[in-house]
Ligand binder design. Structure first.
Ligand code: FAD
Length: 385
């Protein structure tokens, strides 16, 4: 089978087996369930292998070099990757910029950028958030002023995940200060090697540098790098956020964490502790509820339906359960809970703090849970904002 195979013609079961076998046999064992986001140098070979096989962009149409998977097949592809502990490659080019250009980009932008994403030549990062413009993204202040054939960009972005490894950034900029705040925003593509772009890594709670602050000092970006119309970037920006909504609510992280918790419970003889087991049983039941809810939304995606505002429930329930599971893992670890990394306990190795650290920002990124609650209150229950 090759890149021109019609994967959608396979039965779901056959496709699942094929994907499962590929991830089982080809994905490097030492990179399964990584503790942190992998850097480009670590994941590059895997990225290039997927690229060579034509499996890098499962959701892109075949004509642009993707697999052209139907929503149902895409769910299978994602589920099998998660099940085998396959790490996210630097995927903002694949999941965000690519689909965006396919929908809203000019022919020249598609012809230039898409092949370079697929070949691994261009690695993208997302420049949306700014200090004081996170949840209230439309308040962003980084500005771009037209000067002949260039925009001149000045300002600051923050929490830019893995900007260290990126060759390009897609960013929201203010191009009309006098318009209503959502209306004066444009969507720009910039090469990270342009003079005037400075990245400063930020260290997270676990001691890893997973994101950067990015500063723009008189950065000259060619005028043709705008996607869509001038001052009409907000609609595009919001459309992009829709792509990630179901994946942020996946129960996989919680399932993985609870499996580790169960090992720890047995190892520490906690099954005899009724109060502890009560707390554990509640979380296990909450996880089963979350899995059932996820299936409901996954079914909607499989049927090709768009998700409504109610999907916010999934993110809230999933991420808050995950935090509680990680918290209970620390309680199970007892006085050793503060030890970082792999900890030896009577001949077995455990790592509870990684899940704990990973669970903390989950309620913030991809739209903070408070904002998700606002969405449920206003759009679903019809309450006033
Ligand atoms: C691990 C991680 C990776 C990230 N990667 C990227 C990236 O690659 N690119 C990028 O652009 N951004 C990225 N972000 C930024 C992320 O999108 C923002 O952190 C998020 O949108 C929240 O914005 P903020 O941090 O400015 O918090 P704020 O908006 O300042 O919010 C602070 C607190 O106030 C609450 N709050 C704010 N407004 C309201 C309201 N109206 N009602 C009720 N409560 C409210 C929030 O929920 C939150 O609890 C990342 C964040 C994290 C944690």
């Amino acid at each position: 089978m090759n890149a021109t195979t019609d994967w959608n013609a396979l039965s779901d079961e056959d496709f699942r087996l094929l994907v499962r076998q590929f991830f089982r046999e080809q994905y490097p064992e030492h990179l399964r369930y990584p503790k942190t986001r992998l850097r480009w140098a670590q994941i590059r070979d895997w990225y290039l292998m997927l690229s060579k096989k034509g499996w890098l962009a499962p959701a892109w149409p075949v004509e642009y070099g993707g697999m052209g998977l139907s929503p149902a097949k895409l769910m299978i592809f994602t589920e099998e990757g998660e099940r085998r502990g396959v790490a996210r490659a630097p995927d903002m080019g694949i999941t965000m910029v690519g689909p965006l250009l396919i929908q809203h980009g000019s022919e020249a932008q598609k012809a230039y950028y898409l092949p370079k994403i697929l070949s691994g030549e261009h690695i993208w990062c997302q420049g949306y958030s700014e200090p004081n413009a996170g949840s209230d993204l439309a308040s962003l202040r980084t500005e771009a002023v037209l000067d002949g054939e260039h925009f001149v960009v000045n300002g600051q972005k923050t929490w830019t995940t893995l900007a260290q490894d990126a060759t390009h950034i897609f960013l929201l900029v203010r191009t009309d200060k006098s318009a209503k705040k959502q209306e004066g925003i444009s969507f720009l593509l910039a090469d990270m090697s342009t003079p005037g772009i400075e990245r400063r890594p930020i260290r997270n709670l676990a001691g890893h540098e997973e994101f950067c602050e990015c500063f723009f000092h008189d950065v000259r970006v060619p005028r043709e790098n705008i996607v869509g119309e001038l001052n009409r970037g907000w609609t595009i920006a919001k459309a992009l956020l829709g792509f990630e909504r179901i994946f942020l609510g996946s129960p996989k992280q919680s399932q993985y964490a609870i499996a580790r918790l169960e090992e720890l419970i047995v190892h520490r003889g906690l099954t005899a502790d009724a109060a502890f087991m009560d707390a554990y049983a509640r979380l296990k039941l909450d996880l089963l509820d979350h899995m059932a809810l996820y299936e409901r939304f996954a079914d909607q995606v499989r049927r090709g339906e768009t998700l409504g505002p109610d999907v916010s429930m999934l993110k809230i329930i999933g991420t808050e359960n995950y935090q509680r599971i990680a918290q209970l893992m620390l309680e199970a670890a007892g006085s050793a809970a503060g030890l970082v990394g792999d900890v030896e306990l009577d001949g077995e190795s455990f790592d509870w703090l990684t899940s704990y650290y990973n669970s903390r920002p989950a309620t913030i990124y991809g739209g903070a849970n408070e904002i998700q609650r606002n969405i449920l209150a206003t759009q679903l229950l019809g309450l006033k904002s």
